[in-house]
Structures are given as structure tokens and as C-alpha cells.
Design a protein around this ligand. Structure first.
Ligand SMILES: CC(=O)SCCNC(=O)CCNC(=O)[C@H](O)C(C)(C)COP(=O)(O)OP(=O)(O)OC[C@H]1O[C@@H](n2cnc3c(N)ncnc32)[C@H](O)[C@@H]1OP(=O)(O)O
Length: 214
């Protein structure tokens, strides 16, 4: 495996033992949305009209990314994209260059909440405490192109997301993972996330909440 330097929007993030990729945010959202659609419909390629479904999913996801990243008052969202580095003499289309994507959200806990999605006594007017210490990072929509898996791309994107959250002054980073997604659970545990056992969650019984603990 080659080592290469990782960059975010031109900023050098250092040497990483991973395939040649760059990290960018604020670019390639359309391709990121398409990659998410491919991942959502993966292993269902034989279904009828699957291309139409993928196209519709990608359009909706693209609009959703734009909305999220345009910044709601209570959260900041970055769509992080891993892109294969350009090599001399090799021309790749954008769609083939984008190999991974995830969203990093910086959110505020609702009043009374200690974990994202924790069941709290509902108040008529639920307020958000906007103190800096009341924020957390939340990872979502992680996927890597099939052709680029098992090269450490997801692992490095996650480390990068945690580092970015810390640079924004946020120490706690969470993710929800489906109970049946053993590959994702293995990945998150390897990267330093552990299942949060405490509290009662609003989220369905189908998911685990994991927190970064290193
Ligand atoms: C919050 C969420 O978004 S959860 C949803 C996660 N996303 C998905 O399930 C979408 C479909 N799957 C994918 O896109 C990819 O398979 C991912 C994102 C889960 C993993 O991406 P990759 O870039 O292949 O992972 P990466 O190479 O960094 O793997 C790191 C470690 O995770 C584990 N892992 C990754 N893939 C596998 C696998 N197929 N089987 C077993 N363990 C695996 C291994 O421990 C691996 O380390 P190793 O290669 O040294 O053994």
C-alpha cells in the first residue's frame, strides 16, 4: 500500500498510510450523493427500475446535502469527500475520482439530553442551550466505493472527522449504526468508537449508538 499526504481544501493533514486520496469539503456533493445512492441500492442491482430509484435517491440526497451544509442555526454540517489524487497522464472522470464520503454534523444537545437521541421529558417549548461545551459531533452517511474498499479510506475519513470536530472545539463524537451492519460495527470499533450503554434512546431498537473514546 502506498503512503500519501492527505489534504483538506489544500490544507496539509500529514502523511497517512492509505491509497492516494485527498479530502475535500464543499465540492463534489453531486458525486457524493450519487455514491450514497449506489451504496443504498448495492446488492439490489437486479431489481426492476433500480437505475430510476438510484437517480431519484441521488437527486434528493444532493438537495439534502445542500440544505444541511447551508447551515441551520442549531447545527453545522460538512460533507467530506475522499477523492483519488490526479496522476500524470491518467484522466479520470469525477465520478471515478470520488471514492468515499461522510457527513460531519456539529450539533447542540437539546435541554436535558446527555446523548444524541436520548429520551428526555418532553417540554412544551424545548430550548437549545447554545453554550460551546454543549455541542457534539455526529457522523452520518459514511460510504466508500466498492472498488476502493479495504484500503483504509473509511478509517482515515473517520479519524479525519474526529480531528475536525476537535478543531471546532468539540470533544464528543457519536454515530448510529444499524445492528445488522457488522462490517460498519467492526470498522467503528477499530477506529476507536464504543457502544454507549447508558440512557434510553428515542432511536429505534435497530441501531446502536457509538461514541468515540480514544
Ligand atoms: C453511520 C453510518 O453511515 S453506518 C453505515 C456504514 N456504511 C455502509 O455500510 C455502506 C456500505 N459499506 C461501505 O461503504 C464500506 O464497506 C465501509 C464504509 C463500511 C468500510 O469502508 P472501507 O474503506 O472499506 O473500510 P477500511 O478499509 O477503512 O476498513 C477498516 C477496518 O474496518 C473493518 N472492515 C472494513 N470492511 C470490512 C469487511 N468487508 N469485513 C470485515 N471487516 C471489515 C476491518 O477491521 C478493516 O480493517 P482491515 O482492513 O485492516 O481488516
Amino acid at each position: 500500500m502506498k503512503t500519501s499526504r492527505w489534504r483538506l481544501n489544500g490544507e496539509d493533514l500529514g502523511q497517512m498510510n492509505v491509497a492516494d486520496v485527498l479530502l475535500v469539503s464543499g465540492r463534489f456533493e453531486r458525486t457524493a450523493a450519487w455514491l450514497r445512492a449506489e451504496s443504498h441500492w448495492e446488492d439490489r442491482d437486479n431489481e426492476r427500475y433500480v437505475d430510476n430509484f438510484k437517480r431519484k435517491f441521488a437527486d434528493q440526497e444532493f438537495n439534502a446535502i445542500k440544505r444541511r451544509c447551508n447551515g441551520l442555526q442549531s447545527q453545522k454540517c460538512s460533507c467530506i469527500v475522499a477523492v483519488k489524487k490526479e496522476e500524470k497522464h491518467i484522466k479520470r472522470s469525477v465520478i471515478k475520482s470520488v471514492v468515499g464520503t461522510l457527513d460531519l454534523n456539529i450539533r447542540f444537545f437539546l435541554q436535558g439530553e446527555t446523548f444524541p437521541g436520548e429520551k428526555v421529558k418532553s417540554q412544551l417549548f424545548c430550548t437549545i442551550n447554545r453554550e460551546g461545551s454543549n455541542r457534539y459531533g455526529y457522523i452520518a452517511n459514511l460510504c466508500v466505493a466498492k472498488s476502493a474498499r479495504r484500503q483504509g479510506i473509511a478509517c482515515n475519513m473517520l479519524r479525519f472527522a474526529v480531528e475536525s470536530a476537535r478543531l471546532s472545539g468539540v470533544e464528543q463524537v457519536y454515530v448510529h449504526v444499524h445492528r445488522n451492519n457488522l462490517v460498519a460495527q467492526e470498522l467503528y470499533q477499530k477506529t476507536g468508537f464504543e457502544v454507549v450503554e447508558m440512557g434510553q434512546f428515542e432511536s429505534s431498537d435497530d441501531t446502536y449508538l457509538l461514541q468515540y473514546t480514544r
